[in-house]
Design a protein around this ligand. Structure first.
Ligand code: ADP
Ligand code: MG
Length: 249
C-alpha cells in the first residue's frame, strides 16, 4: 500500500486572522488508516480538515501529503456549511464527482452515466435522479453527496460530521460505505461526535482541543481521563483565546 496517501502534520498552527484554532499539531495519518477526529465544539476539528484540503494555509508548520494531490482529495464539509438552494438535480450533483475524469456533465458518455446511476443505487437514491436537490430531506441530500464522493474515487477521503442530524437508516447505509472505503485501502479521516460509533467502527482517533490531547488506537484515546482533559483544555483556551502559550518551534 506504499502508493496510498499519508498525511503528515509537523508543528502545524492554523489560524483565522491570527487567532489560532489549531496549535502546534504534529503527527501522521498513516496510509490506509481510518481515523476519527473527536473533541469539544470549537476544538479546531473542521479547521484541521480545511488545512489538509488546503482551504487554509498553516501560518506555522507544514501539512505534507504523500500519494495524493491536494486537488484529488474527496472532502465533505460540515453540512451547515453547504448551500442547498442551488438549482441542480440529484444526478448532476452526483456527477460532479466525475468532473476530474470527464469534464463537465454534458460531455459525459454512457459509461459515465452508468457509473453515476450505480453510485446513486449504492447510496439508496435510485429513482431520485431528476429530483432537485432542494427538495431532498437532510438524509437524502447527504446520500447524494456521498454518491459524489464515491464517484470521485479518491485515495484520501475527509468527512466533517457526516452523520450529524442524519436519520439512523441513512447513517447505517453511509457508514457501511465508509467502512468499505477503508477496506479498499483508502485513507479516511472523519470528524465524529458519536463516541459509541467511533469506538465500534473507527480504529484510530485524534482527540483535539485546539492542540492534540491524544492520538492513536481509539480504545487508548477515548478514555474518560482524556475526554475530561480535552474539556478542561478547551475551556482554558476559551478563557484566553488570543494567546499562543507555546512559542513556535
Ligand atoms: P470544531 O469543528 O472543532 O467545532 P472549528 O474548527 O470550526 O471547530 O473552529 C475552531 C475555532 O475557530 C473556533 O473558535 C471557531 O470560532 C473559529 N473559527 C472557525 N471558523 C472560523 C472563521 N471562518 N473565521 C473565524 N474564526 C473561525
Ligand atoms: Mg466543526
Amino acid at each position: 500500500m506504499s502508493s496510498d496517501p499519508a498525511v503528515r502534520c509537523s508543528d502545524v498552527t492554523l489560524s483565522y486572522r491570527r487567532h489560532p484554532a489549531v496549535h502546534h499539531l504534529s503527527g501522521s495519518f498513516a496510509a490506509g488508516s481510518f481515523t476519527a477526529i473527536a473533541g469539544p465544539n470549537g476544538a479546531g476539528k473542521s479547521t484541521l480538515l480545511k488545512g489538509i484540503v488546503g482551504l487554509i494555509r498553516p501560518d506555522a508548520g507544514t501539512i505534507a501529503l504523500e500519494g495524493v494531490r491536494r486537488s484529488d482529495i474527496a472532502y465533505l464539509p460540515q453540512q451547515s456549511a453547504l448551500d442547498r438552494g442551488f438549482p441542480m438535480r440529484v444526478v448532476e450533483l452526483a456527477a460532479m464527482g466525475l468532473w476530474r475524469r470527464f469534464g463537465p456533465f454534458r460531455r459525459m458518455g454512457g459509461a459515465a452515466m452508468r457509473d453515476v446511476e450505480a453510485a446513486l443505487e449504492t447510496v439508496g437514491l435510485s429513482g431520485f435522479e431528476d429530483r432537485s436537490v432542494g427538495s431532498l430531506s437532510g438524509g437524502q441530500f447527504q446520500r447524494a453527496l456521498f454518491a459524489r464522493l464515491l464517484l470521485q474515487d479518491s485515495r484520501l477521503i475527509l468527512l466533517d460530521e457526516p452523520f450529524t442530524a442524519i436519520d439512523a437508516r441513512t447513517t447505517e447505509v453511509l457508514l457501511d460505505l465508509v467502512c468499505r472505503w477503508h477496506r479498499e485501502g483508502r485513507t479516511v479521516i472523519a470528524v465524529l461526535h458519536d463516541f459509541d460509533l467511533v469506538r465500534e467502527y473507527i480504529p484510530q482517533t485524534l482527540l483535539l482541543a485546539r492542540e492534540q490531547v491524544a492520538w492513536g488506537p481509539t480504545e487508548t484515546v477515548l478514555t474518560e481521563e482524556n475526554l475530561a482533559r480535552s474539556r478542561r483544555m478547551q475551556e482554558a483556551f476559551e478563557d484566553d483565546a488570543e494567546l499562543c502559550k507555546r512559542p513556535a518551534a
